[in-house]
Design a protein around this ligand. Structure first.
Ligand code: KG4
Ligand code: ZN
Length: 342
């Protein structure tokens, strides 16, 4: 490690993945370790917050040690500790925040709290070495659906957001309704591959006077009504057709709003981020729509779309360069807003 290298140890524990990574100079991922709790939460059909926190406590030291060892570094090589401090499940976040504080206190390292969505957006920098702000980013995760203008590193303007369910949440709820289980996104995508996207016409909601906002509760209810209708008529329904038609409705609305925002803001660069950004149909539709308009399209690899700590390391690096330092009073903030300074 050269003296001038900035090496971040990053920690992420906002939901159901315990993750740690080592990131050098912002965009070089030396390790990215993720311990997923998915198998555990599948038993309950969704994330159980108390179980998530307990599992984070069990795993976090092991995951950090693994991240350091895979990167071939020790704590002496680390410049600063970055950690997700919100938004997310408060008990889950607290595990990562307490751990990060303990390491930085013990090793006298600067502490940098990171917004989880800033992490998701920053995942785009890792594999796209030429990507620099300004650009537009569609953030689609289990808890958030935002159309964000990235004005500069750490500077965001939210153009649109969901009024109800997040896109990922809609995938999860529809998957549960058609019997696919948790986690819904990948299961819907797999089922949709064997279904007809034109079998059922599901609604694509618009929010009046807010063309960049989203609403997914309508499509979710339409799926539930469709299933109930079939049951009342004693008809079988085809889960694969529902999955494909639902996915099509969501993908089309996400793509249309993103294109409208790109066009009206005159952006030439568009990125996607968050767990739903690993969806092949969404990536394909965005890629095609961008190509048609001469917009450069960016997306992280699927493993960097879902929760991970490498993205937190990249975000922490730019925050570190901008002078962000947090004290021992850094807290877990479950409803932290993007761009809110602590
Ligand atoms: O970003 P993420 O890992 O965690 C949050 O910050 O919320 O996103 C998780 C969400 C879940 O709702 C999951 O169902 C969805 O991303 N997801 C997908 C896919 N993979 C994960 N949705 C659609 N297609 C996928 N392939
Ligand atoms: Zn996330």
């Amino acid at each position: 490690m050269a003296d001038k290298d900035i090496v971040i140890l990053a920690i992420e524990s906002s939901c159901d993945e315990t993750a740690a990574a080592v990131v050098k100079n912002g965009r070089e991922v030396l390790s990215n370790v993720i311990s997923s709790q998915i198998a555990l939460h599948t038993l309950y059909g969704g994330v159980v917050p108390e179980i998530a926190s307990r599992k984070h406590i069990e795993k976090i030291n092991q995951v950090i040690e693994e991240a350091l060892s895979q990167a071939g570094v020790g704590l002496d090589d680390i410049t600063a500790v970055g950690v997700t401090c919100g938004p997310g499940l408060v008990g889950a976040l607290l595990v990562g925040v307490a751990e990060a504080k303990a390491i930085s206190y013990a090793r006298k390292l600067p502490l940098v709290g990171v917004h989880h969505i800033e992490g998701h957006i920053s995942a785009n920098y890792i594999e796209n070495k030429d990507l620099e702000p300004p650009f537009l980013c569609l953030v689609v995760s289990g808890g958030h659906t935002h159309l964000v203008r990235v004005l500069d590193y750490g500077k965001y303007e939210i153009l649109g957001r969901t009024r109800d369910d997040a896109a990922g949440e809609a995938f999860d709820k529809v998957a549960r309704a058609i019997g696919l289980g948790y986690p819904g996104g990948p299961k819907i995508e797999a089922a949709a591959g064997n279904g007809n996207p034109d079998a059922i016409s599901f609604p694509q909601a618009k929010v009046r006077d807010h063309p960049y906002d989203f609403s997914f509760s309508g499509v979710k209810s339409a799926v539930l009504n469709y299933i109930n209708g079939c049951r009342m008529k004693n008809q079988d329904f085809v889960p694969e057709d529902i999955a494909a038609s639902f996915q099509k409705a969501v993908v089309e609305v996400l793509t249309a709003h993103a294109m409208l925002a790109a066009q009206e803001s005159g952006t030439r660069k568009l990125a996607i981020a968050g767990g739903v950004a690993s969806n092949g149909a969404l990536r394909g539709a965005m890629q095609a729509a961008c190509k048609k308009r001469g917009i450069e399209f960016y997306h992280p690899s699927p493993i960097l779309c879902t929760d991970n700590a490498a993205m937190i390391g990249t975000a922490a690096y730019y925050e570190y360069l901008a002078g962000t330092r947090h004290g021992w009073d850094l807290n877990a903030i479950p409803n932290l807003r993007l761009g809110e300074r602590l």
